[in-house]
Design a protein around this ligand. Structure first.
Ligand code: WT7
Length: 679
């Protein structure tokens, strides 16, 4: 093995390769009501008809000024869609529905405590609240189009209200997942250059009312250290009028949103017509280096793409009750709880808490009570629900017509439980593969047109033309069972515009690898490199194996191993740290941590605890490792690189391979015994 190979390990390399499965077909009943039953759609969206085909998605929206250029490639690979067009995302998600749907629920909010009443926010009510807040953002917070504002909010209705209020004025929102630590939030505030932070005092998680305001104080401090002053912290209250946090409000800086809003009752403000290519939001995600990447999404292209895919892949009709259990703090929630469904005038369900709280039946009780008919979640959650209550779904009388899985590969056994038990054998399933960078689905079946295949995401969705390349850029043919790097041949409207403040990294991470000519403005020269390994079957369906880089997908949350390693290195005693993916029955993958100590320090339980705590402080509880191994030394190559691949093989009890060329081969056996025991 070469040094480089020894040094690296990726999810894809520990992936389980399951067997090809038989396909299943949607019911006639589903097909009869589906939004897309016209098989010609694949022809209409073929490469020959690219890029004009995406007009079909743009025409689902209302434009102030219709666009002239479908795709402008002059600033490759920052593709600009629907150029010349003027549009507002908030108008499309709220105002335009009022004539027909003002009295219909836009959002059905389910608090975690079961005794608290549900909240039905009609389109009219959403309109009023978004308007009042937008005026506040302008007049009280001093925000205007193009400014960034960081949101650090959990699953409360005020989150989509805040996003839409920003969108109404062209303010770029950057929502940081509520479970991220104050430190992680502060870094994102600094990177995006936000002067205002919008947060909440507390929220429920597993029956506990968490103090969230304390994170705001940490975030502001961390941002300040990184050169970004936060002038205002706007604090929503979980119970308006009653402060549930123990963290004091800072006079002059912190303001209760419900109090300030008192001055804006009845205020209205027209949506601001934005250029199609103007940014709508930033969503941070993890990459190979420790620094998170701010994916910048556009207004017109993004909204057209999520609306089109919500309509045809999610099969959302205005009369459906659609429940996506993701968190709005991730891209799935942005695209498929807020923007896509609301652009279609759907009723979108939001649940505050943990799907198995207070018991394994909770999710299904919610589905029954609200009569949900479209359900959307991640394999991790499906595994968790199955483990907690394999027979629970049948106790409730809901009936889904459609179910989605997203975020990780789903193994056929889990897929079958989802299909047979959760879907009661009558709901179609779509397995949707995509990424934060992509805005919306890349691979999935169209539910009324293509059969389902357990464990496979399916072909590219209309207008997406995936290809698998080997390391040298040769195409790997379908059906030969060989894995490679999945790429997309063509641009699409949902694709991010750049990494905020780092165009170099945008190009080098996603486009450089297979770019045919860096000076070219022809999109054919710029395949998009997704960073996932995949295999394509004879029938054209793609099976995604996992990341090929230093990213670990933990329970559907994307974490960079470098971020975890830097967190470990904040512990005084730690000399070196290495993080590897460990296959996990419930979460897909979990991080396993290996550290060595500086001279003069001894391993101890306390120290292990300190390392876990450091990770929670830097990133959040979602990054908590499975094990922390304090090893006498790290296995290293002769040039001193830590061999993560060897550590991963030890963690996963797989073949360690030949390690005789190492600088310290004896350490490998020592570490192996420590992890696996003797034998
Ligand atoms: C990574 C992206 C936007 C979706 C939520 C996660 C993995 C995503 C699938 C799927 C197998 C999947 C990939 C991808 N992934 N969907 N259906 N089957 N793997 O977004 O946090 O940006 O993570 O999630 O590895 O690269 P994300």
């Amino acid at each position: 093995m070469s040094e480089k190979e020894l040094e690296q390990v990726s999810e894809a390399e520990i992936a389980v390769h399951w067997q090809e499965e038989e396909v299943l077909y949607p019911s006639a009943q589903f097909i009869a009501q589906a939004n897309m039953t016209d098989a010609d759609i694949y022809e209409r969206f073929s490469l020959e008809n690219f890029p004009q085909c995406f007009k079909e998605y743009a025409d689902l929206l209302s434009w102030y000024q219709y666009w002239q250029t479908t795709l402008d490639t002059s600033d490759a690979p920052s593709w600009k869609w629907f150029v010349g067009g003027k549009i507002n995302a908030c108008y499309n998600c709220v105002d335009r529905h009022l004539p027909k749907y003002k009295n219909k629920a836009a959002i059905l909010y389910v608090p975690e405590p079961e005794h608290e009443p549900h909240l039905a926010l009609t389109y009219q009510e959403l309109y009023v609240r978004v308007n009042e807040l937008a005026v506040l953002l302008r007049d009280f917070a001093g925000l205007k189009a193009g400014d960034r504002v960081t949101l650090h909010m959990p699953m409360v209705p005020e989150l989509p209200i805040t996003m839409l209020a920003c969108a109404r004025l062209g303010i770029i929102h950057s929502e940081v997942y509520g479970g991220f630590s104050g430190t992680a939030c502060g870094e994102r505030i600094a990177d995006s250059g936000s002067r205002v932070l919008i947060t909440i005092d507390g929220y429920y998680r597993s029956g506990k009312l968490l103090d969230h305001k304390e994170n705001a104080d940490i975030a502001v401090k961390v941002a300040e250290e990184q050169g970004q002053t936060v002038e205002k912290v706007l604090v929503w209250r979980r119970y308006p009028g009653k402060y549930v946090s123990d963290t004091p409000m800072l006079e002059g800086r912190d303001h209760f949103m419900d109090v300030v809003l008192g001055d804006y009752v009845g205020k209205r403000i027209d949506p601001l017509p934005m250029r199609a290519e103007d940014p709508l939001f930033i969503m941070y995600t993890s990459g190979t280096t420790g620094k998170p990447k701010g994916c910048l999404h556009s207004t017109g292209g993004y909204l057209a793409y999520v609306t089109g895919t919500s309509k045809y892949v999610q099969d959302i009709h205005p009369e459906d009750v659609y429940w996506c259990m993701a968190d709005i703090g991730w891209i799935t929630g942005h695209s498929y709880i807020v923007y896509g469904p609301l652009a279609l005038a759907a009723t979108s369900v939001m649940y505050e808490g943990v799907p198995t709280y207070p018991d394994a039946g909770r999710a299904w009780r919610i589905a029954e009570r609200l009569d949900v008919n479209i359900f959307h979640t991640a394999p991790t959650t499906i595994r968790m629900l199955r483990k907690a209550g394999p027979d629970e779904p049948q106790k409730y009388s809901y009936q889904f017509k459609h179910m989605t899985t997203v975020g990780e590969p789903i193994e056929p056994a889990v897929w079958r439980w989802y299909y047979d038990v959760v879907g009661k054998g009558r709901a179609v399933i779509v397995d949707t593969w995509w990424q934060t960078e992509n805005g919306g689905f890349l691979c999935s079946t169209l539910p009324a047109l293509k059969p389902m295949k357990p464990g496979s995401a399916g072909p590219g969705v209309p207008g997406i033309h995936p290809v698998i390349y080997d390391e040298d850029g040769n195409e790997i043919d379908p059906g030969i069972g060989k894995a490679g790097n999945i790429c997309i041949r063509n641009p699409w409207p949902g694709a991010f515009q750049t990494i905020w403040g780092d165009r170099e990294r945008f190009i080098s991470t996603y486009y450089e690898k297979y770019c045919k000519d860096k000076k070219s403005t022809d999109w054919r020269d710029w395949p998009y490199f997704a960073g996932d390994a995949a295999v394509q079957a004879e029938d054209g369906y793609f099976r995604i194996l996992g990341r090929v880089d230093d990213v670990i997908n933990v329970a559907g949350h994307r974490l960079g191993t470098k971020e975890l390693e830097s967190a470990c290195l904040t512990v005084l005693e730690v000399a070196e740290a290495s993080v590897v993916p460990l296959a996990d029955e419930l979460k897909g993958r979990v991080p396993d941590i290996y550290v060595s100590l500086k001279p003069g320090y001894e391993p101890s339980r306390e120290l292990q605890g300190k390392i876990v705590e450091a990770i929670e402080v830097s990133i959040g509880k979602i990054a908590r490792p499975k094990h922390v191994y304090i090893v006498p030394d790290m296995p290293k190559t002769r040039s001193g690189k830590i061999m993560r691949r060897v550590l991963a093989a030890i963690s996963n009890r797989s073949d360690i391979g030949d390690v005789t060329t190492l600088a310290n081969a004896e350490v490998v056996e020592e570490v192996r015994r420590m992890v696996q025991g003797d034998g």
